[in-house]
Ligand binder design. Structure first.
Ligand code: PLP
Length: 444
């Protein structure tokens, strides 16, 4: 791994010019943290328009799973583009059928599945919600505090990781009740098993007083909570949720938009606990950067959707399907195992980093979906939000691209192609950046 190479002030002159043009004509709603202006990328390296080189540990928010412009993915897209760019979901083409067949082979459902194709995570979630309502005839849902499922009106009604995502848009879809996501680091309930406590709360409080189980169509959950802080649920929790759903005829919907397709060192995060959802949503890493989302559901459920019940124009786009097929091949053959192996190395390095800096509250995650929660001090556990923001920006200036999640958690979601050398480089840049930020008196 070559060292990131920052040759200009950041942003450099070409980036500054583009930022000025953008400010006049592009929506200011995007939650941008620092002014990285992309020129091109390769693997886990990206360059800005001024020729500065960065190590990318954000992968376009966990999207560029096979690295930037993997040659096999690019070739698959080019081959597909030579044939046709679009036909619409009113017709058939082979890549879409093949992709559905591949998902049927790989799915964690342990029974045959069918797929509905979309273009993004949020559109997959919308389709999953519609499928759950349509097939159960029930109207209500349960979601989790801290969850992120997208920003369109249905998915937004579940999204609750940051209030800014909701502010100004009320009312969104009615019928959604949020419960806490079990968090052993910040327990809300008494007792050692936060997962069990949340299950009891749903069953003994919510179902009894306010939300009759018989009216609940589905429970939507991220098997590892992403935007809300990279929270790994306690062992037994997802299994308990599965049992609760089975008892009440509720559909269990796993949102694997961020955690799926090899990111956690298994093809799907749910497989860490061997729990089968009824419905699963995918997007992000599936297309290596091409916009594709999928709802995968047990055949026994999806086959109940009748003709015209749901559809779209762009779903199953041939270029996106070609990219997804190439991506799945690479992930299955090589990068899923690599995420597990390099992830194990990475988390050890992050724990050593935590030993050095008292502002690290917790290191957590699986595979290459890793989080480091920053706190004012370990006793109070007060989230060090300003420090986290300052560190992300400092890391950018030092050549490391990172994002945050939760209130004050650094999130590491590099392309799944990285090696131990890349991890060493990232840790060195992180160490340097945190040392510099802590040395500045306005750090937090
Ligand atoms: C778990 C999860 N679900 C859904 C979404 C929404 O995906 P998109 O931004 O493609 O609409 C995201 C995006 O971050 C996500 O992390």
């Amino acid at each position: 791994m070559k060292k990131p190479n920052i040759k200009t002030d950041l942003p450099g002159p070409k980036a500054r010019e583009l930022l000025a043009r953008d400010a006049l004509v592009v929506s200011p709603s995007y939650p941008r943290d620092y002014p990285f202006v992309m020129s091109h990328g390769k693997g886990a390296e990206i360059w800005d328009v001024d020729g500065n080189r960065f190590l990318d540990f954000a992968a376009g928010i966990a999207v560029c799973s096979t690295g930037h412009s993997h040659p096999a993915v690019v070739q698959a897209i080019k081959d597909a583009a030579d044939k046709f760019l679009h036909i619409s979901s009113d017709y058939w083409h082979e890549a879409q059928v093949k992709l559905a067949e591949r998902l049927n082979e790989l799915s964690p459902m342990k029974e045959p599945v069918m797929s509905f194709f979309a273009q993004s995570g949020t559109e997959s979630v919308e389709a999953a919600l519609k499928l759950a309502r349509y097939t159960t005839g029930r109207g209500r849902f349960i979601g989790f505090l801290g969850g992120f499922h997208g920003r369109t009106m249905g998915s937004l009604s579940f999204t609750s990781s940051k209030y800014t995502q909701q502010k100004g848009f009320f009312p969104s879809m009615p019928g959604v009740t949020h419960v806490p996501y079990p968090n052993n680091y910040r327990p809300l309930f008494s007792g050692a098993d936060q997962g069990r406590a949340v299950l009891q709360y749903i069953e003994d409080v919510l179902f009894v007083h306010n939300v009759p189980a018989s009216e609940v169509a589905g429970i939507l959950i991220e098997p590892i909570q992403g935007e809300g802080g990279y929270l790994v649920p306690p062992d037994g929790f997802l299994q308990g949720l599965r049992e609760l759903c089975d008892r009440h005829g509720i559909l269990l919907i796993f949102d694997e938009v961020q955690s799926g397709v090899g990111r956690t060192g298994k093809m799907f995060a749910a497989q860490h606990w061997d729990v089968a959802p009824d419905i699963m949503t995918l997007a992000k890493g599936l297309g290596s950067g091409m916009p594709i989302g999928v709802v995968v559901a047990k055949r026994s459920i999806m086959q109940r959707w009748t003709r015209g019940a749901h559809g779209n124009t762009f779903g199953g786009n041939p270029l996106c399907c070609a990219a997804a097929l190439a991506t799945i091949d690479l992930i299955e053959r090589e990068y899923c195992a690599n995420a597990a192996k390099v992830g194990d190395y990475f988390i050890l390095k992050l724990r050593a980093f935590a030993d050095k800096f008292a502002v690290v509250g917790e290191v957590r995650g699986k595979g290459l979906m890793l989080g480091v929660e920053l706190v004012k001090d370990r006793a109070s556990k007060i989230p060090a939000k300003k420090l986290c923001d300052a560190l992300i920006t400092r890391a950018y200036h030092n050549g490391l691209i990172l994002l945050s999640c939760g209130q004050s958690t650094l999130r590491f979601m590099p392309p799944l192609v990285i090696d131990e050398g890349d991890v060493d480089e990232a840790i060195a840049l992180l160490d340097q950046s945190l040392t510099e930020v802590l040395a500045s008196e306005h750090a937090y």
